[in-house]
Design a protein around this ligand. Structure first.
Ligand SMILES: *[C@@H]1O[C@H](CO)[C@@H](O)[C@H](O)[C@H]1NC(C)=O
Ligand SMILES: *[C@@H]1O[C@H](CO)[C@@H](O)[C@H](O)[C@H]1NC(C)=O
Ligand SMILES: *[C@@H]1O[C@H](CO)[C@@H](O)[C@H](O)[C@H]1NC(C)=O
Ligand SMILES: *[C@@H]1O[C@H](CO)[C@@H](O)[C@H](O)[C@H]1NC(C)=O
Ligand SMILES: *[C@@H]1O[C@H](CO)[C@@H](O)[C@H](O)[C@H]1NC(C)=O
Ligand SMILES: *[C@@H]1O[C@H](CO)[C@@H](O)[C@H](O)[C@H]1NC(C)=O
Ligand SMILES: *[C@@H]1O[C@H](CO)[C@@H](O)[C@H](O)[C@H]1NC(C)=O
Length: 747
């Protein structure tokens, strides 16, 4: 919310409103409607309500984008001319130096959907697009073209459409200044300097009209790059070459997220904004960086949803699930949504930073990121400028040059009432633009969804994406480790499943192969074909080992690894699952556990596990029968036609986990073709494989028609417990003498 009201007057007024004993007249829509446009009111025609228009694509409401219903039941600002939708205009491109644009347009005005081409004078070459189009958000498509001559140390930085440049010399140390026309706002750097490395300092300058917005994908690019750098940069010595991003994997990152919930934000927008924050927190998790969070919602008051001090002085930081729940369930009463006190937000952040500094002697190594979302400026509490200065001096410690990278402030202005003059100066960041303007809150979620491309993150196991949509394409992202195999044995094809456990290896069942020379094809990865180098079968696997005891088929140690010719390309839809007793699994669990501790943590009696079937990634849910429940479960092996009760202790060895049956849960059971597939659990947004499907006591009839197959009283499945075959896994996956990157195993 952004319209200035004198503070004491404002407070007095909402005292009356809360008490409710004064009847105020309402604003009226008379003369306020715009032909061809829809409008929304944040709080009906009551005082404080914000009136916003939705003009058709490529149009904006004129003379103002929004109005606020005042106490005196009038709209402010008071409309001075007829209200209408106007066609969006893009800034004047004819400011181009050393060239011209076509077509020539006398009045130099270029509206939505105009197309122009760029041409350079002889001796100059065009850098940038030849053709541009005026887009609905008031920007020209593509980057800003420049007609350049190769002279100077830095390249000609061009002139932003709608603006002008002062300074025509581009040698090292030269400075150029930019300005925009009076009715426009300058975004980016006002001054840039040609640096020793031949690059301009700061960020590209643009001129925005009041109705110019950034598209979600533009913000994704910019903000995503910034935050990704923060999350992935390894430790860099702050004194070296003036580089200053100092977050190591073991470093501390404090993220402060502040969201404006003043009355101009309705419930739907509030929910969208909360969803966006949750997405952001989940995405950051992907980098195995575990920041400390402060999440505050603000109006004239500050509401703390997540307190960053909970992360300090305790050995158990709140798990991500708790953080997400806290954001989701946070409620703010209507009566607490009055006013916008931006200064209080920064004061609160300053207080928290000061408290952290007292608690953590390594404060100087911390990196701080502040992300502010607001739909306007402020109307109480005064300007935050001074508080932001205090924050800077707390972080920079009088060493501005070396410590710039320790503080980033991202500011997102959302909606029709953004006050650029207040918000823009609050954004701080090195070399990048940290101020963004979005049209709608829903654009925010889109932005964060795309921001972090998980394919960047190699070496992290068990990552997956789940948007709850049952689309073929989405399924691969949900189960990116899923592998389907066709094996030719004696000229006959048979089908098995497997799981990618490292970029180089697929884990599956040994019984899928007649022997290690079987011809196997890896399918259904949705990507490039994976070529097989070798098959490694567990040395103890011998299907006829117990024939002399009357057991026709013996499946103990039913585990094999398929080695690929080269690493599978890791993408968002093809990446490894976490397997037992690896350091990667500890990282994903955010704990430092031994192998035994991992087993105790992941395998619990009646714990829910899942395995898949090939068709449509059909999901089957079952429950582990351990401890006291194990005996009953394995005894049902006798229902297998080739197994007698006397055979059970021989066939159902300690290496198997047993699931199935109808009590206490109705389990689903495996079918032929599910063999070798991962039995897994999801925990904190990661997937952990604990076993693999080996054999079952009963072939169920429903298996034929691909329906979910529920267990009956006699059907049980036997899965190889991966914790029992760790030495085999380690001998191959952990082999440090080969040419692939080994997995690291814990003791
Ligand atoms: C103002 O509008 C509200 C509904 O938005 C209505 O309930 C109330 O009676 C109106 N007050 C006056 C004085 O018209
Ligand atoms: C106004 O609302 C109607 C109905 O929801 C919709 O069909 C129309 O496209 C909207 N017009 C504008 C300009 O947004
Ligand atoms: C963090 O990691 C870096 C290298 O990865 C190491 O040099 C530094 O000592 C570590 N710091 C702490 C506090 O563990
Ligand atoms: C393996 O099987 C595929 C497809 O069935 C076939 O094209 C290929 O020639 C076979 N390779 C060998 C070595 O038999
Ligand atoms: C499998 O076990 C049987 C019976 O003990 C034995 O005769 C055979 O040699 C074993 N096969 C392998 C490959 O070890
Ligand atoms: C993890 O735990 C083991 C044994 O408890 C210990 O030796 C090791 O130093 C710990 N590692 C870390 C990174 O804390
Ligand atoms: C029982 O054993 C025989 C001989 O090994 C085998 O051909 C048959 O498929 C087995 N039956 C089942 C249901 O597995």
């Amino acid at each position: 919310m952004s319209f200035f009201i004198h503070q004491t007057w404002f407070v007095a007024v909402f005292w009356f409103l809360i008490k409710g004993d004064v009847v105020w007249c309402n604003c009226s829509m008379n003369g306020m409607e715009i032909e061809g446009a829809n409008f929304s009111l944040s709080n009906g025609l009551n005082e404080g309500s914000i009136l916003q228009y939705q003009c058709p694509t490529g149009y904006y409401a004129y003379p103002e984008l929004a109005y606020r219903c005042q106490l005196n039941h009038r709209w402010t600002p008071e409309p001075q001319s007829r209200l209408r939708c106007r066609r969006v205009e893009c800034p004047d491109p004819t400011v181009l130096q050393n060239g011209y644009t076509l077509p020539i347009n006398e009045n130099k005005r270029y509206y939505y959907e105009s197309k122009i081409t760029y041409h350079c004078y002889t001796g100059y070459t065009l850098h940038g697009p030849f053709r541009r189009k005026c887009l609905e958000n008031g920007k020209w498509s593509g980057s800003n073209p420049v007609c350049r001559q190769d002279s100077g140390d830095c390249a000609d930085p061009g002139v932003p459409p709608g603006g002008m440049r002062f300074g025509n010399s581009f040698e090292i140390g030269d400075k150029v200044n930019f300005k925009c026309r009076s009715n426009m706002i300058l975004i980016g750097s006002e001054q840039r300097e040609c640096q020793v490395d031949g690059q301009w300092s700061g960020t590209e300058t643009s001129c925005y009209y009041k109705y110019t917005y950034d598209s979600p994908w533009e913000v994704t690019g910019e903000f995503g790059r910034g935050i990704r750098n923060t999350l992935t940069s390894e430790f860099v010595d702050g004194t070296q070459k003036g580089l200053s991003i100092t977050l190591s994997r073991n470093g501390t990152l404090n993220i402060f997220i502040a969201l404006d919930v003043s009355e101009s934000i309705d419930d739907d927008s509030f929910q969208s904004a909360k969803d966006a924050i949750k997405t952001l927190i989940k995405k950051i998790e992907v980098f195995s960086v575990y920041p400390n969070y402060e999440v505050i919602f603000f109006s004239s008051k500050i509401h703390t949803a997540i307190n960053i001090l909970d992360f300090y002085g305790s050995n158990n930081p709140p798990p991500m699930k708790t953080l997400l729940e806290k954001v989701e369930t946070y409620k703010i009463e209507e009566t607490d949504r009055f006013g916008t006190n931006l200064n209080a937000v920064f004061e609160r952040i300053l207080e928290k930073m000061a408290a952290i500094k007292i608690r953590d002697s390594r404060f100087s190594e911390h990196k701080h990121v502040i992300i502010l979302f607001t739909d306007g400026g402020y109307n109480t509490g005064g300007a935050p400028t001074k508080t932001v200065e205090y924050i800077k001096s707390l972080v920079y410690m009088d060493q501005l040059k070396n410590r710039l990278g320790h503080l980033d402030i991202y500011v997102f202005g959302i909606g029709a009432q953004i006050q650029d003059d207040i918000l823009k100066p609050l954004a701080i960041g090195e070399g990048k633009s940290h101020y963004y303007k979005l049209k709608k809150v829903t654009d925010l979620q889109k932005t964060f969804d795309e921001i972090i491309d998980e394919s960047d993150v190699r070496g992290l196991c068990g990552l997956y994406q789940d948007y709850g949509e049952m689309v073929e394409d989405e399924n691969r992202k949900k189960y990116p480790w899923f592998i389907s195999l066709t094996v030719m044995n004696d000229g006959r094809p048979s089908h098995c499943l497997g799981s990618l456990v490292s970029p180089r290896f697929i884990l599956t069942a040994a019984h899928c192969f007649k022997d290690k020379s079987s011809n196997v094809t890896v399918e259904g990865t949705g990507g490039p074909k994976l070529e097989v180098q070798a098959i490694h079968i567990h040395p103890n696997f011998n299907i006829s080992a117990k024939v002399n005891q009357g057991v026709k088929e013996f499946y103990d140690y039913d585990v094999a690894l398929i080695e690929l010719v080269e690493d599978a390309p890791i993408t968002i839809s093809l990446r490894p699952i976490c397997i037992p007793c690896t350091v990667e699994t500890n990282t994903a669990l955010r704990q430092n556990l031994t192998c035994k501790e991992q087993e105790n943590f992941l395998l619990k009696n009646q714990a829910e596990v899942t395995f898949l079937t090939k068709k449509n990634f059909g999901k089957k849910v079952a429950h582990l029968k351990l401890d006291a429940d194990r005996h009953n479960c394995i005894m049902q092996a006798k229902n297998h036609p080739n197994i007698t009760e006397a055979h059970v202790p021989v066939v159902a060895t300690e290496n198997f986990l047993c699931t199935g049956g109808r009590h206490p849960y109705l389990d689903q059971v495996a079918c032929k073709g599910d063999s070798g597939g991962a039995v897994f659990k999801n925990y904190e947004s990661r997937t952990f494989q604990v076993a693999l499907v080996s054999w079952g006591s009963k072939q169920m009839r429903n298996c034929k028609n691909n329906r979910p197959v529920h267990s009956d009283d006699e059907s049980r499945d036997f899965h190889i417990n991966l914790f029992k075959v760790v030495p085999f896994l380690k001998s191959i996956l952990g082999n440090t003498e080969k040419y692939f990157v080994p997995l690291l195993f814990v003791d």
